[in-house]
Design a protein around this ligand. Sequence first.
Ligand code: GLU
Length: 553
Amino acid sequence: MDYNKLAQLLFPNLTTTPEDVVKRYPPRQLPEGAKVTRIAPSPTGFMHLGNLFSAITGERLAHQSGGVYFLRIEDTDLKRAVEGGVETIINVFHRFGLNFDEGATIDGDKGDYGPYRQRQRAEIYQAYARKLVLEGRAYPCFCTEEDLTAMRETQQEQKLNFGYYGQWAKCSQLSLEEIEENLKAGKPYVIRFRSNGDPEKRLLHHDLVKGDIELPENDQDIVILKSDGIPTYHFAHVIDDHFMGTTHVVRGEEWLATLNIHLQLFQTLGWKAPKYVHTAQLMKMDGGSKRKLSKRKDPELALDYYHAEGYPVESVLEYLMTLLNSNFEEWRLANPTAPMGDFQFTTAKMSNSGSLFDIDKLKDVSKNTVSVMTADQVYSQVTAWAQLYDQQLYTLLTGDQAKAKAIFAIGRGGAKPRKDIAIWKEVREYVAFFYPELYTPATAALYPENITKEDCLAILEQYRSIYSIGDDNSQWFDKLRAMGETMGFAGKPKDYKKNPEQYKGHVGDVSMVIRLAVTGRTNSPDMHDVMEILGEETVQQRLNQAIEIIKAQ
Ligand code: GLU
């Protein structure tokens, strides 16, 4: 076969040559050990935990080693691409604080190894497809969908491996004349790689997460350029990661199945393959067994979910880090306030089987994260969230900033901060009793059963006259205790426990009645601080209202 002629027939107008490409992308000059990584999502509009999982890994490996981290947009599959998909990718990664040194940005591409959107690199792939044609390692295939379906059906009947290989690779046997005729007839075609692999032979691969693995050699004549001249993932991955200087390809383990193709392509093109980091699938427990997180069944797979529910970004990152590196939790215990970037991330500590994703555990992590934020941080994150998802809350919080910050300051800053809030969606409920618009008084039924109606009323009525705004925390409590004692309640719970028959209850019961009257709840942050924020008038008004409710019982 005259491959020169074939190449001329297939790429009559292509001017870019492999030499041009080599010149355009000189090897990166980086210090020894610096890693170059990328995240390469497709603009499908759906960003999921798996994307973030790989993205964090890549970011850590690059930036920890003084290397380069870039964003590439894999938009070769038009069927899956959606309008605005690229913006979604950029915005979501930005939200999670992943800083790219190069790649696609909202205002175009930045960096010397672009373009970073695959459709804009078409002639680069074509130049290498042409090179393979010239070497007899690629050929045009005119098979239609129907031809391929018929082939698959026969293979199924004969219980053979599926695919375009060996004798099944019909178009690999076409003569130049036949090809020319097809081209003249205007038949659409793809370019396939001519594989010389033998699946009986094994390929050894060392994956940085999976360890040493054996793969069968690839014998499929896979498509490298589709009929519109745009490459498939396999071909684009190999060309891009070579020329963009990627040292470590971090991607989901679903790509392990086709790794033999990628290694074969690197070898055929005479290039050194990058190192691979195949991240484990995210699993969840479902009815006692583990399964993969599913787009259809599990809303928590989508990254948008965390935004809408108001998970602080720090919490999600912190939790994912516990899944990514098995020693992270231990490090965190020893370094509770250190920035996450101080942790030495390593592929050696990555799980090589599925990582169990547990949303309750994430919430626990988030409670800790939120508990060590300052009131100002909480205020600014909550209001940013509420502006998008809870307009009423947003208006209330921003309407009196000082009040909102005072609420968030309760129980914060000490050695044992309160852990009431995990996600911003919970804030509405948490602050509700501070705002008349959100407050619901307690019904009579909520008051403790061990305290009679008369005692409840007596507590509230007397308390109205002793409450004085401006008392400090201990004055406030002393007054409450003294009042309880005069009414027959033990001043200390332990005195009550020793001699329960001598008392009506203890000071805790007295404060519970007041808590219910003032907040409508059995559980609230420090009552003294709560009352300071509510103010004298509201406290008195709520005590009166509670008295009315109990009387009407
Ligand atoms: N576009 C591929 C995906 O979204 C990227 C795989 C890779 O990182 O190489 O799964």
